[in-house]
Design a protein around this ligand. Structure first.
Ligand SMILES: Cc1cc2nc3c(=O)[nH]c(=O)nc-3n(C[C@H](O)[C@H](O)[C@H](O)COP(=O)(O)OP(=O)(O)OC[C@H]3O[C@@H](n4cnc5c(N)ncnc54)[C@H](O)[C@@H]3O)c2cc1C
Length: 380
């Protein structure tokens, strides 16, 4: 019996487990190590913040999925990987040896420059902590009847958080009691095209969100801006850039320049053939691409095929990530902005499209019967 360890319950591993529900792999024991028993879907998180979804609608329940897939769930975080010894260690002190390891633990965010703030700081990751903190912030705003909120981070996530937060706060405590600022560093939506930047900037203006193009640091009085002025806030959310988890550094795995796991065309580690990685934790050396959910989802099928092939001594499949991706950004009320190949559009119809895509995606992982099924064995 060979052992496959799945680290993290991210998008690619949800796909892998779903594929095991219909067809298990002969002579392979599969263990999933993940700290939470659900996976909150970031694509629907702004809609939840805005009040359009319940949290259950935005989450995949991992326990029944793992049970139906015949996967053993070990609820803990990976804290160390020793790639040369083919071992991982978890936060409960358990060590697992493996024949193959698949990494899909996502990224963390770098909030070190915001640490000194006296205001409530709510980093968007881990999402499980974020959802608790956001509920607390709403309670506090309701009690105080006012909220001065900032969002630090000029990427798509920062934009969506700012628009969702304002929409919800307005509904909860009224327009005159709410101010929302978006601090974007050097520019809004770096790496995105001119059209989408213009469309998003216009949308922020329409929703009364102050766009501040400067870097911010935490200070006891609130947020301190690059010119030395202080932005007084009651709380701020951060969606600053991604960074690799600290334990990767000591793993012995070959890392890309950005510190994430260096993988090649089959999502296979460049240094250790039995290690595979998908989603934000992986960086393709041959075809670099941005870190987004779109690529994390697309990595699911290739990881599934190649882990199966590796464990059964078959040649790996090459995979080319798409060069362009569709972005659909929720904008607070049931409206959204789309961006594709230099084109940008905005409206309620975009929201309906996004809502349809997101709900359809999540339906795959919801309502899973917990009884074991899919006892067939075979190829991936
Ligand atoms: C607010 C927001 C909105 C976004 N909207 C979009 C969007 O609309 N479109 C888009 O393409 N991208 C979007 N993104 C980016 C997207 O969320 C990420 O690119 C995507 O989630 C990466 O998927 P992943 O599977 O690599 O990791 P994740 O989705 O982060 O999943 C990682 C999993 O691993 C678990 N884990 C973490 N650490 C460990 C550990 N040490 N050991 C074990 N398990 C661990 C986590 O609990 C989680 O279950 C958004 C991000 C945010 C924050």
């Amino acid at each position: 019996m060979k052992r496959l360890v799945l680290a993290g319950g991210g998008h690619a591993h949800l796909h892998l487990m779903k594929s095991l529900v219909s067809q298990r792999w002969r002579d392979v024991e599969v263990i999933l190590v993940t700290p939470y028993t659900r996976q909150i879907y970031s694509g629907m998180l702004p809609g939840w913040m805005a009040g359009h979804y319940s949290l259950e609608q935005c989450a995949a329940a991992i326990e029944p999925l793992a049970a139906a897939a015949g996967v053993t769930l070990h609820q803990a975080a990976v804290v160390a990987v020793s790639a040369d010894e083919r071992k991982i260690r978890t936060s409960t002190g358990t060590t697992f040896e493996y024949d193959a390891l698949s990494l899909d633990t996502g990224a963390t965010i770098d909030t070190s420059c915001l640490a000194a703030s006296g205001a409530t700081h709510i980093p968007v990751r881990p999402l499980e902590q974020f959802v608790v903190s956001w509920e607390r912030l709403l309670d506090k705003a309701r009690r105080q009847g006012a909220c001065r909120l900032a969002v630090v981070g000029g990427g798509a996530a920062g934009v969506e958080l700012a628009l969702a937060a304002r929409h919800r706060l307005l509904n909860e405590i009224g327009e005159r009691q709410v101010t929302v600022s978006l601090l974007v560093g050097n520019e809004l939506l770096p790496g995105h095209g001119r059209r989408i930047r213009q469309t998003v900037a216009a949308c922020l203006v329409d929703h009364g969100i102050a766009l501040i193009e400067t870097r911010a640091a935490g200070a006891p009085e609130g947020l301190i801006l690059a010119d030395g002025s202080v932005l007084p806030v009651d709380a701020f959310l951060s969606a600053t850039g991604v960074r690799p988890p600290a334990w990767l550094q000591e793993s012995g795995l070959s890392l890309a320049g950005d510190g994430f796991v260096a993988v090649g065309e089959g999502q296979q580690s460049l240094s250790h053939g039995e290690v595979f990685a998908g989603g934000d934790i992986a960086s393709r050396i041959d075809q670099p691409h941005s870190k987004s959910g779109v690529y994390a989802v697309r990595a699911g099928p290739v990881l599934t095929h190649n882990l199966y092939r590796h464990l059964h001594g078959q040649p790996l499949e090459a995979y080319s990530p798409q060069r362009r991706s569709l972005y659909l950004l929720a904008t607070g009320p049931k409206a959204a902005i789309m961006s594709w190949n230099g084109i940008a559009a905005r409206g309620h119809w975009v929201w309906r499209w996004k809502d349809w895509i997101d709900r359809r995606f999540m339906r795959q992982y919801q309502g899973m019967p917990s009884s074991a099924q899919g006892e067939r064995h075979g190829t991936a």
